[in-house]
Design a protein around this ligand. Sequence first.
Ligand code: FES
Length: 126
Amino acid sequence: MPEASFQILIDNTGERFGCAAGLDVLRGMECLGRRGIPVGCRGGGCGVCKVRVLDGDYRTAKMSRACVSEQEQAQGYALACRLYADGDLRLQVVGKMARALGAPRPGFDFAGALAAASGRAEPERR
Ligand code: FES
């Protein structure tokens, strides 16, 4: 029997992708080559992939309390790399890159903004 797959809707951008049950939401997105949720450490420690689940059933694995407090977790905040769908989900990206997703401007330097948010210097261009 094929493994269940759930639809993930990113509220900020209207982007959708399917995510297999048992796969964390961030990895499910990456497996499809999608980029709606910013990717950082993939280990629950940096907070770059922070989202708020607006609708749907889910579970989470252990997350850094520096990134998601107990109160936030109770309000639906989670790290996408530690988030497992138990049904279709509607989420909002709220991590360090959320503003970049909300209202892209013409000529917006997404790579530079991502590098700045992750604390890395942008590669020098020649
Ligand atoms: S990618 Fe770093 S916490 Fe999810």
